[in-house]
Design a protein around this ligand. Structure first.
Ligand code: ACO
Length: 367
């Protein structure tokens, strides 16, 4: 029996949803290059593609788009949002409110109709909680705005800048799906038990929350704050690496070259905020970190991952740090649901094995 720690290199399913080429640094959704999708399509279209394998017909697209604006909260859920202690983090708030939605409408088997209902609720929950903490009125999505525009509108209460909407949309498209990462695998494991769709998404959210998965981007900003200036970068980074710490926003199980999403995001931020001192610091620190990593970890092929420039793009659209992981959760919910639908189409409960290495033939002692 061979054990692969972290399931490294273990193939557990066939999928038609996406392919990552870790050597070439490419990512495709249903045959389409993700960089191209981010430039030419809307998030709503990409979700349709991920869940259905093809783009919607123009007549279908309008109906589909309207569903993205259907997220709303009951009075009881708004009340729950207000009552939850301010210390509770946003992912836990989303999980709690999704649990309260987990009614009969999400029961097995999952469908795209159920999926859209769940996905549409998440930005509404995030915005309602944010505004409740600020003592402001909670807002509902507007029919005339896109999914990305509505998120920013519901958070800020004003119509967002088109450049911010475009940047958020590109970010959401680039991060919607990424194979069997920890949270997506969690979603598939939960779904394989034929649990309801809300529960499978809640399980995935719990995995995403961890600091070395979806929790990394706010730590990237913390790291850049601590570094403070280009002059301090090399010594700060070297000290951390020699002390055995990991640099947030670097390293990936699959990519042995730069994560293509990191490159695409860097260019989106450059287009909108290229002159900002914090962006220039991020770019310079990236170069220095890669050079020090090559020296300190010469055989490890550690490159920039998507989280590094996630921090930059979310800063560019003026979102606070505590919303970085929740904002990522919105797009990744689309990927989780694509996998839950695929799992359900040909389900077998996921049940791997472990190798016992504990003691054998122990006897209960009679004193
Ligand atoms: N900084 C310094 N060294 C690193 C880093 C890093 N960011 N990432 C990996 N390494 C080193 C490890 O120290 C280890 O070296 P060693 O064997 O000499 O001790 C080697 O590379 C292998 O590292 P593992 O942790 O075994 O790699 P794994 O594939 O398990 O982990 C992970 C991948 C979790 C992403 C890791 O690179 C990491 O923790 N990065 C920092 C956190 C981060 O940015 N996470 C976001 C990932 S993207 C996402 O989840 C959406």
């Amino acid at each position: 029996m061979r054990v692969n720690p972290g399931l490294d290199g273990v193939v557990v399913t066939d999928t038609e949803i996406s392919e990552i080429d870790g050597q070439a640094g490419t990512l495709i959704y249903r045959g389409w290059n993700v960089d191209e999708l981010a430039v030419r399509h809307t998030f709503e279209e990409v979700v349709y593609l991920l869940w259905n394998g093809e783009f919607p017909e123009p007549s279908e697209l309008d109906r589909w788009r309207r569903k993205f604006g259907s997220g709303c909260l009951s009075d009881r859920q708004r009340q729950m949002i207000r009552l939850l202690s301010p210390e509770i983090d946003m992912i836990s708030v989303i999980r709690t409110i999704l649990s309260s939605l987990g009614d009969s409408s999400f029961l097995w088997p999952p469908t795209a109709e159920k999926g859209i209902k769940l996905l549409a609720a998440i930005p509404v929950i995030i915005a309602a909680r944010t505004r409740s903490l600020q003592g402001k009125t909670m807002l509902e999505p507007r029919e005339d705005l896109s999914f990305a525009a509505n998120y920013l509108y519901m958070l800020k209460g004003t119509e967002p800048l088109p450049a911010h909407v475009k940047a958020l949309e590109a970010y959401w498209i680039l991060t919607a799906e990424h194979g069997l990462n920890a949270s997506t695998f969690t979603a598939r494991v939960a779904a394989s038990t034929e649990t309801d769709l809300a529960s499978a998404v809640i399980a995935a959210l719990s995995a995403l929350k961890g600091p070395i998965h979806g929790g990394a981007p706010s730590h990237v900003d913390d790291m850049l704050d601590k570094i403070g200036s280009v002059e301090r970068a090399e010594s700060w980074i070297r000290e951390r690496l020699l002390g055995g710490e990991k640099l947030m926003g670097f390293g990936h199980r699959i990519y042995k070259t730069t994560d293509p999403r990191a490159e695409a995001l860097r260019e989106v931020v450059r287009a909108g905020a290229g002159e900002e001192p914090w962006f220039q610091l991020a770019v310079e620190v990236e170069k220095i970190a890669l050079a020090v990593l090559r020296e300190v970890k010469p055989n490890r092929q550690i490159h920039t991952n998507v989280e590094y420039y996630t921090a930059a793009i979310l800063k560019a659209i003026e979102l606070p740090r505590e919303l970085y992981t929740p904002t990522f959760a919105v797009s990744r919910t689309a990927g989780w649901i694509a996998h839950i639908l695929e799992q359900a189409a040909n389900n077998r409960i996921i049940r791997p094995s472990s190798r016992y290495i504990g003691p054998k033939n122990e006897r209960i002692r009679n004193n």
